[in-house]
Design a protein around this ligand. Structure first.
Ligand code: ZN
Length: 319
């Protein structure tokens, strides 16, 4: 059976790209999101993948840009739906938020048909995901530096938590962050509608990071294998899961020198970073308050007193 997604239309065993109409821009021209569909030659599940929910998070676009041409629709069971760029105006302005209403789109799902520009995009996407079986919302730590991880946002008491954990492990970044997210995230609305949903967080970079993109492409191939879209076999590996995050700020102004690398294990009392003056004089040393994993850091070396420096993923367990 042929399927349609916006202006894209694909018969069995075909791929198609097109546009999903959202509304009109200030000049009266239409604005549409780029979409792709892969209609497998056999019946199966439906996977929905989107990128750039946050407009400056480009690695997910890189993943879709690489994987869509790699997949042979004739060898797929089921259907794949992609939205290449969700935060249309943020992407064009190279901003995290949507500059038209200054909202994070990932706080307004399920959206509103008659709402602000962000709410209208979220509403359209919520309609698209109604009938899918699995959702991947590709993110990254914006322009900060971060390990590769997958976030579970539904909360540990949610009825779909096990299914979301399974999907996170299958994607297989090696690290998982299992912490209920704020209201309005797609990774909360999806599970509330009975659809396992996770946020792969593909590192953090300015522009495209090719290692992060490679990890994302691998993650999608893992999902395709495990859930029967391809006839490849796939075994889940044990991973490290954090259920909390401790954030560290700088006690003084100056320049940060890290004593840990991303992904390192951290024990209470370990030195995390030192602050030096412009002339290299040591001003402060900051140590870990808890055990955990060195998870995320700011990108720029200069900090003022109280400014964010790094995060430790805590309460870690093997899953
Ligand atoms: Zn994001």
């Amino acid at each position: 059976m042929a399927i349609e997604f916006g202006t894209a239309s694909a018969s069995l065993g075909e791929r198609s790209t097109g546009w999903l109409f959202i509304g009109e821009d200030r000049d009266g021209s239409t604005f549409e999101l780029p979409v792709a569909i892969i209609n497998g030659s056999k019946p199966g599940k439906t996977l929905y993948v989107q990128a750039a929910n946050d407009g400056n998070e480009l690695n997910g676009i890189g993943v879709i840009n690489r994987i869509v041409p790699q997949i042979n629709p004739e060898e797929i069971a089921g259907q794949l739906l992609f939205v290449g760029i969700v935060n249309y105006h943020g992407f064009h302005a190279n901003k995290h938020r949507n500059p038209l209403d200054d909202w994070k789109i990932n706080r307004v799902y399920p959206g509103d048909e008659n709402g602000s520009p962000s709410e209208r995009i979220a509403h359209k996407i919520t309609n698209v995901i109604k009938d899918v079986d699995l959702i991947l919302d590709l993110h990254q730590a914006s322009t900060s530096r971060m390990i590769h991880e997958v976030r579970i946002r539904c909360g540990r008491r949610h009825r779909l938590h096990n299914e979301c954990m399974e999907l996170a492990k299958v994607f297989g970044c090696g690290h998982i962050y299992d912490q209920k997210g704020p209201m309005g995230q797609l990774a909360r609305v999806g599970p509330n509608n009975g659809i396992p949903t996770v946020d792969p967080e593909l590192g953090g970079s300015v522009g495209w990071d090719h290692e992060s993109i490679r990890r994302g492409v691998c993650g999608i191939w893992n999902v395709l294998a495990y859930y029967g879209f391809t006839d490849q076999s796939f075994d889940i590996n044990e991973q490290v899961c954090a259920t909390n995050m401790d954030h560290y700020g700088s006690p003084s102004g100056g320049f940060v020198k890290y004593e840990k690398d991303l992904g390192d294990e951290v024990s209470v009392g370990d030195v995390l970073f030192r602050i030096t003056s412009a002339f290299g004089e040591q001003k402060a040393t900051v140590r870990a308050d808890t055990d955990g994993i060195f998870w995320r850091t700011r990108r720029l070396p200069q900090v003022s007193s109280g400014e964010y420096v790094c995060s430790i993923g805590t309460n870690t367990i093997s899953v």
